[in-house]
Ligand binder design. Structure first.
Ligand code: NDP
Length: 296
């Protein structure tokens, strides 16, 4: 039997609806309008698209959106000064600097400059540590999105074998941490893992965050497993016309969909959840900054 398709697009819409409800309550009960500042340096077209869609959805859920578009040659000191200014701005509760920044800017210095209280991407060491020990605060957006999809589909994750492919600070490591918090037995696989196919075959939950098109084959998947494909790979699509491209994941979807119990498509799976979780994190930060209990 073919797998259930986990509809991230529709679940992200539901999540944004919930966020909008929290925003309405914060406004009515505490005269508090959560605000998200998004900073982009340079004209990278993909980053421009992300930033515009983040700003649009921020407004749609009733939050204040502040957008700063800086030229590619902006000196590092100028960007850091803007981040410091936003740290002090009481209307701003979340600060996101779109990565990657141009090569002359050190991304680590930018992350260090963001106040952990407003670090909606959960990049700062303070917030990474809080996730690790289970303190309230923002949670890495893409892993949080994956977790919410898993919970939605599976309910309790307790005792399940989870394999995370990839160990980046952005996705793999925080994903593994969140699954551990759910009482999964977690394996983190990476480029040096031996017998990767065998490791994946043991998994009740597979989260692939590698960035290699169709790397995970259908026969690596345990029958009935839940498969979350984080990978976004742009590949040529001559069938759509000359020079056209399309997005595919890290999982060989056509094969895996026949074996898995449930699977996320690419696009329309994890991607839309990431922005919805960014908005949820902004509400969390706005609540904590104002001494309020963040929504669960
Ligand atoms: P990174 O390049 O930072 O990390 C990739 C990871 O994959 C590394 O840990 C690497 O191992 C591992 N890896 C590479 N090759 C292999 C291999 N042959 N076998 C096993 N593991 C391997 O990528 P990110 O974590 O930033 O992103 C991963 C993917 O997720 C990308 O396609 C990205 O576009 C996508 N993404 C999607 C998002 C969304 O919203 N849907 C958000 C963020 C990312 P090692 O550490 O040993 O080098």
């Amino acid at each position: 039997m073919a797998a259930t398709i986990i509809d991230g697009k529709s679940f992200a819409e539901t999540l944004r609806g919930r966020v909008a409800g929290h925003v309405t309550r914060l406004k009515a009960e505490h005269a508090l309008t959560p605000g998200l500042a998004v900073v982009i340096v340079g004209e990278d077209p993909a980053s421009q698209v992300y930033v515009s869609s983040k700003a649009k959805l921020t407004v749609e859920v009733g939050m204040a959106s502040f957008k700063y578009e800086l030229p590619a040659e902006t000196p590092e000191a100028e960007l850091l000064a803007l981040v410091h200014k936003l740290n002090e701005d009481s209307q701003v509760h979340g600060i996101l600097v779109q990565m990657p920044v141009p090569a002359h800017i050190d991304p680590n210095k930018v992350i260090d400059a963001i106040s952990p209280d407003k670090d909606v991407d959960c990049f700062t060491p303070a917030n990474v540590g809080k996730v690790q020990i289970g303190l309230p605060g923002p949670v890495s957006c893409t892993p949080l999105g994956c977790l919410l999809l898993l919970r939605e589909y599976l309910g309790s994750l307790e005792g399940l074998n989870a394999v995370v492919l990839g160990r980046s600070n952005l996705v793999g490591k925080p994903m593994a941490q969140l699954l551990l918090r759910e009482n999964c037995t977690v394996t983190i696989a990476h480029s040096r893992t031996r017998d990767l196919a065998e490791v994946v075959r043991r998994a009740d939950i597979v989260v692939a965050a590698v960035g290699r098109p169709l790397m995970v084959k259908g026969d690596w998947i345990k029958p009935g497993a839940t498969v979350i494909d984080v990978g976004i790979n742009r590949v040529p699509a001559p069938e759509r016309g000359e020079g056209k491209t399309r997005l595919i994941g890290d999982i060989d979807y056509a094969a895996a969909v026949e074996i898995a119990g449930a699977i996320t498509p690419v696009p329309g799976g994890v991607g839309p959840m990431t922005i919805a979780c960014l908005l949820a994190n902004t509400v969390t930060c706005a609540s904590l900054i104002n001494g309020l209990e963040p929504p669960s």
